[in-house]
Design a protein around this ligand. Structure first.
Ligand SMILES: [Zn+2]
Length: 307
């Protein structure tokens, strides 16, 4: 499918990278990077409706989404505490909600939640976890004339064929004064220009759009949003697989470090804290510039009529 640049509307592109049979181009006018031509809708639908997407053995999808639950929960709490700085608790729509971990955490904090998820098995799991309604596309909600206080698009915009159309749709679903929160990989990372073949986020057809802070802000403003805050997300450091496996096995045998029945729980706890704080300090002091950030997190709002 041919398309114009989602950010600026130009139709002049220069080749940037070939990957797995797909072409990634750079817009000659605004430098936005995206897969062109867009894979056909049937290919994309097949990718996400395959239950293997959340338990993938290949390079696409998630190796085991559910196994990272405690990581997703901590991330959700952190993100909600930012959201709650801007808006009072009310209705929240999580788009691409997967198995509903973010929705569940939000619900526990007093939000009235709904979800959108294209993968039927994950949507079902999210409904079971939260008891809330999870639909497969925003069209139904638009037809019902629904609006929300908060819409979240975590790791979503990079997957969709037309990010501008999506943002326009969510603009309509947001009440005036409501908040949009999103995250996406950071194509402003220095690897993208220096060694693009090494940047792990270039993975078509799963990822189709690659935003820098500049192109993302430009698109949000073009869709009517006022950007309140942009944050760099530090890259996630993963230990090699054998070490992760060893840790998981040790945990099974020894118990959880939060559980005081675990022998020497305080030693694990201290060790984990030392590692965690070293990584955090390292990120804050050395890696904070956007050139090193793994992802971008943006909080934007839809102005009230009078603003
Ligand atoms: Zn452009």
């Amino acid at each position: 499918m041919e398309r114009a640049c989602a950010v600026c509307g130009s139709d002049r592109f220069v080749p940037f990278l070939e990957k797995d049979g797909y072409r990634i181009v750079r817009c000659a006018a605004c430098s936005f990077l995206f897969v062109h031509p867009t894979p056909d809708p049937a290919t994309l639908r097949a990718l996400y409706t395959d239950p293997a997407y959340f338990r993938s053995e290949g390079p696409l999808g998630y190796a085991d989404y559910a196994a990272l639950r405690s990581f997703w929960e901590a991330q959700a709490r952190e993100r909600l505490s930012v959201i709650e700085c801007y808006v009072d608790r009310g209705t929240l729509l999580d788009v691409g909600c997967a198995i509903g971990i973010f929705l569940k955490v939000a619900q526990e904090r007093g939000w009235e939640v709904s979800g959108i998820e294209i993968a039927p098995e994950a949507a079902h799991e999210a409904e079971r976890l939260t008891g809330c309604r999870v639909v497969s596309s925003p069209e139904l909600l638009l037809r019902e004339g629904r609006t929300f206080d908060v819409i979240t698009l975590w790791e979503y915009l990079e997957h969709v064929p037309d990010p501008r159309a999506e943002l326009q749709r969510f603009y309509r679903l947001l009440r005036p004064g409501g908040l949009l929160a999103l995250s996406t990989p950071n194509a402003g990372h220095r690897l993208v220009q220096r060694a693009p073949a090494l940047w792990k986020e270039f993975k078509p057809p799963e990822h189709l759009n690659f935003f820098t802070a500049e192109t993302l802000l430009r698109l949000l403003v073009a869709c009517g949003f006022q950007v309140l805050r942009i944050r760099a997300i530090a890259p996630d450091y993963r230990a090699p697989e054998w070490l992760e496996d060893g840790i998981a096995r040790a945990r099974q045998h020894l118990g959880d470090r939060h559980d005081r029945r675990t022998p020497f729980w305080f030693l694990y706890s201290i060790a984990r804290r030392v590692v965690r704080w070293t990584v955090i300090v390292h990120h804050k002091l050395l890696l904070s510039p956007l050139a090193y950030a793994g992802g971008l997190e943006v909080y934007a709002h839809k102005a009230r009529e009078s603003e």
